[in-house]
Design a binder for this molecule. Sequence first.
Ligand code: B3K
Ligand code: ZN
Length: 872
Amino acid sequence: MQKTPPPAAQAETRLADYTPPAFLVDDVALDFDINDAHTRVASRLTIRRNPESAAKDAPLVLDGQGQELLGVTVDGKKLSPGDYTLTGQALTIHAVPEHAVVAIESTNDPAANTALSGLYAAGPMLCTQCESEGFRRITYFPDRPDVQSRYRVTIHAARDRYPVLLANGNLIAAGEEDGGRHYAVWEDPFRKPCYLFALVAGRLDKVADRFVTRSGREVLLEIYTEPGRSSETGFAMAALKKAMRWDEERFGREYDLDRFMIVAVSFFNFGAMENKGLNIFNDARVLGRADTATDADIAFFERVVGHEYFHNWSGNRVTCRDWFQITLKEGLTVFREQEFVGDMNSPSQERLRAVATLRRAQFPEDAGAMAHPIRPASYQAVENFYTATVYNKGSEVIRMIQTLVGRDGFRKGLDLYFERHDGHSATCEDFVRAMEDANGADLGQFMRWYAQAGTPVLHVTSRYDAASREYALDVRQSCPPTPGQPTKEPFHMPLCVGLLDAQGNDMTGDLVLEVTQARETFVIREVAQKPIPSLLRGFSAPVRLEYAYDDSELLVLLARDSDGCNRWDAGQKLFTKYALAGEDLPAAFLAALRAVLLDKDMEAGAKAMTLTLPGEEELGLALIARGEQIDPVAVYEKRRKVVTSLAVALADDLWTTYRDIAAGLDEEASDGESRGRRSLKNLCLAYLHRAEPEKVAPLAAAAVSGTRNMTDKIAGLTLLVDGDSPLAAPALEAFAATFAASPAIMDKWLGVQAAQRRPGVLEKVEGLTGHPAFSLGNPNRVAALVGVFAANPYGFHAPDGSGYRFVLDVVERLDRLNPQAAARYAKPFLRWRDFDAGRQQRMRETLQRLAAVETLSVNVREVVSKALAADQ
Ligand code: B3K
Ligand code: ZN
């Protein structure tokens, strides 16, 4: 028996260095023997040399980490130590024939696997997570997505402890074994890369349903949960059926196995995973009812269930050649998910949400020390690159292609892509080529979106000539430097515009201008009067738009633009301007906001979004765009001042709206429309709390104790805590007493306290790290407390640096358990250069202290070293 040494430090892996695998694996037979102390894995790999590899004599290199190797045979012959080399990273077998059967036995210890990558214990059950590189922690294997194999998986375990045994594909045999044990055999008929492998074993509850595909095949749908939670699966099951139907109707994609399973687990590093036929979900993203989850959680169930289901085509049937191509599946799948959520609810609101998310989460990445294109050129830890850039900006890039080739052309291109690459590993070039070939389009310059980082800026000016009735838009594009990319070439992008007359009537409809040059002029003819331009309609490109609107033009856009995005954005621009100037809102803007609030035709959810100010993150970016530095506490106070001025001015209408909605809203209802109405109701209450805190606090307390609706409870608790009301402590106590046994609900309780915008919040959060509801070993608990704290200017950005030290101490401790999760909390430091001098210094000092820790994981080391790198 050989014990493997720990992994050594890793260098940059580069896209340019890609070479095809030396060996392919056609068939994989895995046998898992689950025992209390460890799991024994016997694997049998049918391999052959890859004809496409130039390395004709290369040895067989199998990735492997965190296991003990028990033995290896090649074609039945046992290898002796001289036949192979074993390191902490790989098993290399020196002489292997063209075709061979390699059999390997190893053991691993799921209970000790705190990294939650590979096979691990998630509370009472065992489950797997393999993307990106977790399969190598289960067995020795060429762990790369361009190796695709057929899998047959046998699982043996004690029946009482592990009555349910699941793996990908179809169940082909099951039965009893001696000693109270049993087994199950699963076979997946589709070739797949190993990152889509999954296994689950445990005592699980189940709900089942069925779906008949458009070609008439019946599919068994199952959702598994920890005991006692199956009554919280209703939204997910409904969403799954809707997603299956929608993908048939919108994109002609049908499900391909007889069974589709979802398992909800309570220890998971992110939202969910699209393993073939066996999706594994973070329970916070799939389980809940109106009395156990908030509306925001519930909205996510449909989104994430759809997203993972859509991966069955965009990701699984056609997968990625290498991990630089993550956006090939993720950008495309986010795009599909957004289209789905829009069609199921409100397309315009979904678009606003997507744009707001991009600005809040992705624009800051583009401005930070790890800015990367949607397809990065290199990485140290690939897990650090599952980012808003790869996902959300990636989705915007797909959307731009749809705008450029049209909706029908996009469908043709997507069909061609699936037809050409089904069953294979593809690249971003393959995707774009299919779009070009199906449409006779030239997307050569467009490919720069895949290679250049940074948020481009469109500087637009306009000229109207009354005599010739011509309107000219002068468009200049630029893109700020990002690490390793001091200069950028111009992007090809669709600029969607409309022209409004002085009253706000649409004069032109949507015009799509194709911007390709650093500077160019577009002339629009037959324009009857000097228009107000509605620029970047639908947010047609992921850029920052600069146009010198005056306030009166923005008020017309806010009141009348037929484009929902620009109506909303006009309000956002005005809010930003007044907030940063530290001014009260002028009467005309308040009147426009009142009109929105009272509009009879506008959906409540859209009203809530229009009446919500840009967040602190976005206001900070607006300061950077002006060449200033950020004092996050000052930004928060400025934002708060505008909130208060709105609340005071519109108090009567806010009360009326609040009462009207409260009177008619069913506390059990969580459909899209009810969620929108509830969000407007609670927004009104939050505003009113600024204007009349004494009047609102009792209402907030009543919501915490008097309703069963979790959204309202949390909204109430948030107001009490934020206002430091005397009612806060008893409400927190009562809440904790009621929900102590529900960790997912207690996460919200932790989060409310970590979000308190008041000096001294750190002390509370430090205290809560000792509360039984908190645990460093569970990513959801850490996100609820530390993640929320890291976004709180009063805590994280406390001027004495105490917030920075707290977060990096957590990073250091968490890194020893779970490097992927730890790296996430180092990322807020990537933008230390954007803050005022005092904060810059403290952030840098804290980073340097962490950099001195020798045992850092590759994941955290990459973030820290890139944050401190000099080439910015
Ligand atoms: N593909 C997974 C994400 C994997 C993250 C690995 N660190 C879930 C998703 O995007 O659908
Ligand atoms: Zn995904």
